[in-house]
Design a protein around this ligand. Structure first.
Ligand code: WTA
Length: 644
């Protein structure tokens, strides 16, 4: 950022409190190199990864939008995350510090991680998992989940991590779409003093041959709760590991071989498997972790994300391990046993770099500054945020009460699809602007387009796009090429459509304003309106449903559902409760509608499309814009009456 003190009409800039010559020089050098030659920049960055065989062409766009990076390069992700650190003193460095909900703690050095991962890789091989097979991982936050991810990549299998908060039905769908061969889960997990029934959910998903592709289920003992084990199918992790061989040669993978699948919600239909490949993903994630978090060898890094989401993949597992970092893995919730859980952890381990989400920050704000104030947070030196737009108030609170006005905040914008952070300030920026994700990362070309596909002028809003391919980009949607093309590449020729809106401010900084498609962002979790609607209409009383995300002070957005009933059914509180429960059982608690309204009709265009935007405006109490395209404008008044 230029040395400009204040942008007119916008939140006042904050002088970067941690600015020093080193980070300043790094930012300048990175930006200069990327500006001069983008491909040369990524070529340079690729040298920080270990290759069995170097790539011979950096980039190929001959089959756009199926882009390729680092062609003919050979490497292994697990080798890069673990083995290459073993030849130095780092082998005895903590790779993972696990903090359990019970206050139990476990440290795994790189050597420990090597041993555990190799053994599990051999176990998987022994169960018949081969290169290219998919292994589903359904777990809470325990070290074994990370070990499982790495064991897959060691043998060239793809992991498909399913967030531990998803229901049995959601797990089943993801297993079946990916045809996962093995499922790795746990007996249970701890959350807010209760146990979460992981194995029980998994059993429900698998019952009655619900997941025909699954041959074996590996169960980690975490809670020790009694769980039925199906003979021939279910195996205890600990027993398998006891007998496993200590060394497993990593598979030599092509840069463009698949690395993992991660299911994520889109605007239509069911969640889709986002496919990432080995070479580009590793280079992108290594580079962004190193420079955005300014990771230094002795730092303790903590990302509060769950491995069930992309942030957990890129910046809890791969980014830190590729850089030989020490990171904290945390099980549980920020308010259990008390609302200072996070600050106790920062104090306990001397956390230096802390990466979390705006929804968490807003919650912490509500709980009050007495909680962080009573803990020693002096180890912190850099803060970062991801998952949704951070409002300037939350930014300032984070800055003051957690960073104590000493730590810069990196507001990082990216997506499951992008694999790596694309828009963010750098620690070497002189000024930070609260609420603005700010700039494209060096070597990335994010932009804001108007409807005609032209870059907007300063002060204008539009679609957030990426105009040049980047290494860690998704390669396709698993089993759905059509949707890959139509979702991301159809609207603007040659540019990737993110689904987010953004504006350029007077100084050309990017402010992400949030989703402008039918994806809802609840507490930083992505949910498609279509998924919730199709759960609702499974109820016999429901004729039609429209779901929207309406502004919510803490969660960013909350789910509201508008439902029309079949003849002979009446809306009641019992029915509302039943419908909410139905959604929880189909998707998970994260998708539970905050409110459900019964309406005699839904507003539709003349071609029959439900106008969700109008419903959102009603729900948020906004003045309604043009309603002339409605089939029956009277519908609006009747809904408004009911709503009010
Ligand atoms: C939102 C999470 C504003 C955005 C990494 C995006 C953000 C969606 C930011 C992707 C940010 C993420 N500012 N919005 N810094 N970071 N988002 O796939 O709407 O779970 O499209 O990836 O989160 O969610 P996903």
């Amino acid at each position: 950022m230029e040395d400009k003190k204040k942008a007119p009409g916008i939140y006042e800039d904050v002088l970067n409190p941690a600015l020093n010559e080193r980070v300043k020089k790094t930012a300048e050098e990175l930006r200069a190199l990327a500006a001069q030659d983008r491909e040369a920049f990524w070529a340079e960055m690729s040298k920080n990864i270990s290759w069995y065989k170097e790539w011979n062409k950096i980039f190929d766009d001959s089959k756009a939008p199926y882009y390729k990076w680092f062609l003919d390069g050979k490497l292994n992700a697990c080798y890069n995350c673990i083995d290459r650190h073993l030849s130095s003193w780092r082998r005895n460095k903590a790779a993972i510090i696990f903090e359990g909900e019970l206050g139990d703690s476990r440290v795994l050095t790189y050597q420990d991680l090597y041993r555990e991962v190799n053994k599990l890789a051999n176990v998987l091989k022994g169960l018949g998992v081969k290169r290219g097979d998919v292994v589903a991982i359904y777990s809470q936050m325990i070290p074994e989940a990370v070990i499982a991810m790495l064991a897959c990549t060691r043998i060239g299998a793809l992991h498909s991590v399913v967030f531990g908060g998803f229901s049995a039905t959601a797990l089943q769908e993801r297993i079946n779409d990916s045809k996962s061969k093995v499922l790795i889960t746990a007996d249970g997990g701890y959350r807010r003093g209760k146990t979460v029934p992981m194995k029980e959910n998994a059993d429900k998903a698998l019952a009655d041959n619900g997941c025909p592709s699954i041959e074996k289920v590996i169960v980690v003992k975490r809670t020790g709760q009694d769980v039925p084990m199906e003979p021939g199918r279910d195996l205890w992790y600990s027993e398998l590991m006891e007998e496993a061989e200590l060394h497993c040669e990593p598979e030599v993978m092509d840069a463009e071989d698949p690395l993992f699948l991660l299911y994520s919600s889109g605007t239509t239909g069911k969640p889709k498997g986002i496919l990432h490949t080995v070479g580009g993903y590793l280079v992108g994630v290594h580079t962004t972790f190193k420079y955005i978090f300014d990771y230094q060898e002795e730092d303790v890094y903590w990302c509060t994300a769950d491995i069930g989401w992309i942030t957990g993949h890129s910046y809890l597992v791969y980014g830190p391990l590729l850089n030989g970092a020490t990171s904290v893995i945390f099980e549980g919730a920020p308010d259990f046993p008390a609302q200072d859980r996070y600050w106790r952890i920062v104090e306990k381990y001397g956390v230096n770099i802390f990466y979390t989400a705006p929804t968490v920050i807003r919650m912490l704000m509500r709980w009050g500054e007495q909680w962080p104030a009573s803990r020693d947070l002096s180890s912190l030196r850099l803060l970062a945020s991801v998952g949704e737009p951070i409002n300037p108030e939350a930014w300032m609170w984070f800055y003051k009460h957690i960073g104590r006005e000493r730590c810069p905040i990196m507001d990082t914008w990216w997506q499951s699809e992008t694999g790596m952070i694309l828009v963010t300030p750098l620690p070497g920026d002189t000024y930070l602007r609260p609420g603005a994700a700010s700039w494209s990362f060096p070597g990335v070309e994010a932009d804001v387009f108007n409807e005609k596909g032209e870059p907007v002028k300063p002060g204008e809003e539009g679609f957030l796009v990426v105009t040049k391919p980047w290494p860690a980009m998704l390669r396709t949607l698993y089993n759905d090429e059509e949707r890959y093309l139509s979702t991301y590449w159809q609207q603007f020729k040659g540019a990737y459509l993110s689904g987010d809106g953004a504006k350029r401010d007077e100084d050309n900084l990017i402010w992400v304003t949030g989703r402008i498609d039918d994806v809802i962002n609840v507490s930083g979790h992505r949910i498609g309106t279509a998924e919730i609607e199709s759960s609702l209409i499974e109820h016999k009383a429901v004729a039609e449903a429209a779901v929207i995300g309406k502004k919510h002070e803490l969660k960013g957005q909350a789910i509201s559902a508008f439902v029309t009933l079949r003849d002979g059914f009446d809306g009641s509180d019992e029915l509302i409760a039943e419908l909410k429960q139905l959604v929880v059982s189909k998707i998970g608690a994260l998708a539970r509608p905050e409110d459900i309204y019964f309406t005699s009709e839904l507003p539709k265009t003349r071609s029959g499309k439900i106008m969700r935007r109008l419903l959102r405006d009603i729900a948020e109490g906004k003045v309604l814009g043009d309603t002339t395209t409605l089939m029956d404008p009277a519908v609006i008044n009747s809904i408004k009456k009911q709503y009010g």
